[in-house]
Ligand binder design. Structure first.
Ligand SMILES: *Cc1c(COP(=O)(O)O)cnc(C)c1O
Length: 419
């Protein structure tokens, strides 16, 4: 075969085997050109919630194409976007009353940052700094990288990344240091917003912290006039056990970013939800206060129809129960696994289970990750450890028998790399 012109994401082409061609997806499974079935252990990079090709969502996409394709969204609107916005406002934490559409998690974050800075400016406040949490990840565009952890991922672009104020990750037992650091930054009076991944820092290594700390951060932000941005791009749509992770802390952010599971993972779409106060700061007869942002594919009708169908699935099917069942099984399975092979920092949050491989280098570049991946692939399970962090984030349709199989394969892989 001739060499493929495709340049794959997060892929070192000099080291990795050729990409596996997927010809069909179903439920929790990927079917490949060479006739294999692979269990999708990370929900195709955290986007698939219910399962691949959820029938109601696929049907909604087909139906939407009968009437609409992309239409300009400045000065125009359409039913899928209107209905979805109403649904999002109803489902999201209280007080988020406006919905701005874009097309990926990164753009949802860029929109959130621009809303926060625009709000500060409109209020005549000299607040131009963003506060971020250590180890966080908010996407790969320049602004989103700026508010994420610096490292091997973004070293070449470092000169272009803007400066931020970083508070420590709330390590268990040392949470007060995080809150104190935030109080200190807040007192300086220059911070426009705090952006956080609620409860789970995904790409930072599935690091988890309790709802009470999230609630404290929210309280400090409110008390000090800092906008609170919840990046729920990964945590939303049931991943952490509740529809949004903020729900577990009983908090409502000023701005919320959602993408990945918004369409059940079927098609790209993102939304940035904003409070009335943030919207009102831009609402003016002064055109200079307009929120000057758009993506070409803003509010794509087909994607909005898919997201609306996702909401309907949440209402019509026992998704919350499915999530609770998967969460319980994940906890049981990973704890049992830790009894059979050496694992450190075993942790779960909702449907996510993670652990560190002890003894391995603790960097993202740790060689143990690709070895575990290859070993599992041979046995029909796709996982993608981040350095020495192994984790499973399967679709919600995953059965007990499938999970037994997956953990069995993972156990063999961990034994093999330890040997
Ligand atoms: C994946 C992710 C993003 C970026 O989303 P893309 O759709 O890949 O641009 C942003 N924030 C968080 C928390 C994510 O997990």
């Amino acid at each position: 075969m001739t060499r493929s012109p495709v340049w794959h994401p997060f892929t070192q082409h000099a080291l990795e085997p050729p990409a596996i061609e997927v010809t069909r997806t179903e439920g929790a499974w990927l079917e490949t050109r060479d006739g294999r079935r692979l269990f999708d252990g990370i929900a195709s990079w955290w986007v698939i919630t219910h399962g691949h090709r959820q029938p109601h969502i696929m049907a909604a996409i087909r139906t939407a194409t009968e009437n609409l394709d992309q239409v300009i969204f400045a000065g125009f609107t359409h039913a899928p976007a209107e209905q979805l916005a109403h649904a999002l406002v109803r489902l999201a934490p209280a007080g988020l009353e406006h919905v701005f559409y874009s097309d990926s998690g990164s753009t949802a974050v860029e929109v959130a940052l621009k809303m926060a800075l625009g709000t500060a400016r409109a209020r005549g406040e000299r607040r131009d700094r963003i506060v971020v949490m250590e180890h966080s990840y908010h996407g790969d565009t320049i602004g989103a990288m700026s508010v994420g952890a610096r490292g091997v991922f973004n070293a070449p672009y470092e000169p272009l990344l803007f400066a931020v104020d970083t508070i420590p990750f709330p390590v268990a037992g040392q949470e007060q240091a995080t809150l104190d650091a935030f109080e200190q930054v807040a007192r300086a009076g220059r911070a426009a917003a705090l952006i956080v991944e609620p409860l789970v820092l995904g790409a930072g290594g599935m690091l988890m912290y309790p709802p009470a700390i999230l609630a404290e951060l929210r309280r400090i932000a409110a008390a000090t006039g800092i906008l609170f941005i919840a990046d729920e791009v990964m945590t939303g749509w049931g991943r952490t056990g509740t529809l949004f992770a903020c729900d577990q802390a009983g908090i409502a952010p000023d701005i919320l970013c959602t993408s990945k599971g918004l369409t059940g993972g079927a098609i790209p779409l993102a939304a940035t939800l904003a409070s009335a106060a943030v919207f009102d700061a831009h609402y003016s007869e002064d055109r200079a206060r307009t929120f000057y942002h758009s993506s070409s594919y803003t509010a794509n009708p087909i994607a909005c129809a898919a997201a609306l169908a996702n909401v309907e699935v949440w209402q019509a099917e026992p998704v919350a129960e499915r999530v609770a069942t998967l969460a319980r099984r994940q906890r049981q399975q990973v704890e049992a696994l830790a009894g059979r092979v050496p694992l450190a920092n075993v942790r779960t949050c909702g449907t996510i289970a993670a652990a560190d491989v002890p003894g391995a280098a603790q960097s993202y570049l740790a060689a143990v990750g690709p070895r575990i991946r290859q070993h599992c692939l041979q046995a029909g399970v796709f996982v993608r450890p981040m350095g020495n962090v192994v984790y499973l984030m399967p679709p919600y349709c995953t059965t007990e028998a499938e999970l037994d199989l997956v953990y069995g394969v993972l156990e063999e892989a961990l034994r093999a790399v330890a040997a």
